[in-house]
Design a protein around this ligand. Structure first.
Ligand SMILES: *[C@@H]1O[C@H](CO)[C@@H](O)[C@H](O)[C@H]1NC(C)=O
Ligand SMILES: *[C@@H]1O[C@H](CO)[C@@H](O)[C@H](O)[C@H]1NC(C)=O
Ligand SMILES: *[C@@H]1O[C@H](CO)[C@@H](O)[C@H](O)[C@H]1NC(C)=O
Ligand SMILES: *[C@@H]1O[C@H](CO)[C@@H](O)[C@H](O)[C@H]1NC(C)=O
Ligand SMILES: *[C@@H]1O[C@H](CO)[C@@H](O)[C@H](O)[C@H]1NC(C)=O
Ligand SMILES: [Zn+2]
Length: 440
């Protein structure tokens, strides 16, 4: 009897929630604010050979995934946009860090694309815009894609990284945290994305297996300590969920005389065969052949170098979910881990790089989360970064756009208060059954 009564009560409440016009707003009150932080190029195991007391504490107070898999191509803008849209790269169309035009032959650097709506806005809405359309207030602090307009709408507040922005100024890192804390407390923002350019920059410059990289991880760890203290100081501990993640890992670039480097001009004559190319950009490259030259380039390059993978666009492995977008050039190339795809010459600048196969462990990256809706001390199994999007929508109480992620992969990290919303549709669905039971 008792059980039936409580069931009856639940049914009544649920029916009321479902039918009341103010129900949505009331329900929104129960959703917490969300901060998404990305540290560019944070390989999954960077915290394992250096002291990271704050990240260790975070793992005890929240959720840590063993690692996560970024989408292919393992590159900054494409991967960040998958996180904020929940769509594969071939769907959202931000297929490279560089914007390019095969008619004008122009290329725009990663930073130069940040203000270019035409590169980002391909009919796939990022979470900022979707959340704004559902009554939330959102902001982007240097996060890739935050500076563009989508279907004519801008992110409510957006700071775009300047060309000369320093990547590793620890004082500025802390100031940025305070700015964001004020956005949440003084201006009632619901969702903020915050981006840091490290440890990517150091990983490229010195290589991932160096003391320089260990030092920047310790700087990041101190910053995370500062963040935790700031959340406390601003009184946000019970109202703010935080996800800390990244876009890809990093691997040491292999160089002569240890290996035979990949240099395409050793095999093909560019002036005869190639109209346009995106090469010399880490582990991945693309070629637009001159008319009628596709087969020749493909046949020559296919067997050119034992550590070079070469595909025609239509034969690119499905598991990458990368090649279907119209911006993809006809010939795709990627190197085995550490083998950069060089074109006409080798720029001996980067000691570390990415862009390689996302199945390679060196390309895997991090996922941490804490806050009122997350379990404490929970170690999550690895998952694909594409599943972060439905998780964020769930935390914010935002109806997601069509996407390629699934909440099923991440819901175990939520505590019971946060996952009760998951039960709602199930309970509503079984209302009839329950009522029948009660009638009897
Ligand atoms: C976004 O739209 C606004 C208003 O139409 C415009 O002023 C601004 O320049 C646009 N920004 C970008 C990056 O396209
Ligand atoms: C945020 O932007 C949306 C448009 O995307 C707009 O409707 C809304 O009024 C803005 N909110 C604030 C608080 O500026
Ligand atoms: C983006 O646009 C803003 C406003 O016009 C400008 O101040 C800034 O320099 C631009 N940044 C980049 C990276 O182009
Ligand atoms: C680091 O940032 C702080 C605060 O923005 C600034 O005052 C300082 O000059 C910066 N230091 C360097 C070396 O750029
Ligand atoms: C990804 O999601 C979009 C939108 O629902 C869909 O059109 C597309 O087919 C999905 N891609 C895959 C590989 O399932
Ligand atoms: Zn990088």
């Amino acid at each position: 009897m008792k059980m039936q009564n409580s069931l009856t009560l639940k049914v009544i409440i649920l029916t009321a929630v479902a039918s009341s016009p103010i129900a949505r707003n009331e329900r929104q009150e129960h959703f917490h604010k969300l901060l998404l932080i990305s540290f560019d190029g944070f390989r999954w195991n960077y915290d394992q050979d250096v002291n990271t007391p704050n990240m260790d504490t975070l793992a005890k107070e929240g959720v840590k995934a063993k690692y996560i898999t970024p989408p292919f191509v393992t590159m900054t803008s494409p991967s960040h946009f998958t996180t904020i849209t929940g769509r594969w790269i071939e769907d959202h169309g931000v297929i490279h860090n560089m914007m390019f035009n095969t008619e004008t032959l122009r290329k725009y650097s990663h930073k130069a694309t940040q203000n270019k709506t035409e590169w980002w806005d391909n009919q796939v809405l990022p979470l900022w815009i979707t959340a704004q359309n559902q009554g939330k207030k959102t902001a982007s602090f240097h996060y890739p894609g935050g500076g563009a307009n989508y279907s004519g709408q801008a992110v409510n507040r957006s700071l775009v990284e300047a060309f000369d922005h320093p990547d590793s100024n620890e004082t500025e890192w802390r100031e940025n945290i305070d700015i964001v804390m004020n956005w949440f407390t003084k201006e009632d923002f619901d969702f903020v994305t915050l981006y840091y350019g490290e440890p990517d920059n150091i990983g490229h410059k010195f290589g991932p297996e160096t003391e320089n990289r260990k030092a920047i991880i310790q700087q990041i760890d101190r910053t995370i300590g500062y963040l935790r203290a700031a959340i406390e100081k601003y009184g946000l501990s019970n109202t703010l969920n935080v996800i800390i993640t990244s876009d890809h890992g990093m691997t040491t670039v292999k160089k002569k005389p240890n290996v035979k480097e990949i240099l395409l001009i050793n095999y093909i004559k560019f002036s005869d065969l190639v109209k346009f190319d995106i090469l010399d950009y880490g582990g991945f490259g693309m070629i637009l052949p001159k008319p009628g030259k596709e087969e020749e380039i493909y046949q020559v390059l296919k067997s050119a170098h034992p550590n070079l993978k070469v595909y025609k666009r239509e034969e690119f492995p499905e598991r990458f979910h990368y090649s279907k977008h119209e911006r993809i050039l006809p010939i795709l190339l990627y190197g085995d881990p550490g083998y950069s795809v060089n074109g006409r010459f080798i720029l001996y600048v980067n000691k570390g790089d990415h862009g390689f196969d996302n199945e390679d462990m060196d390309m895997k990256t991090i996922f941490r989360a804490f806050g009122p809706d997350f379990k404490k001390g929970y170690l999550a199994e690895p998952f694909d970064s594409i599943h972060i999007y439905p998780l964020m929508c769930h935390l914010l109480g935002v109806q997601p756009e069509p996407n390629n992620g699934s909440l099923a992969l991440t819901q175990d990290m939520l505590n019971s208060a946060a996952s009760k919303n998951l039960l709602l549709p199930i309970l509503v669905g079984s209302t009839i059954v329950v009522q029948l039971l009660i009638c009897i």
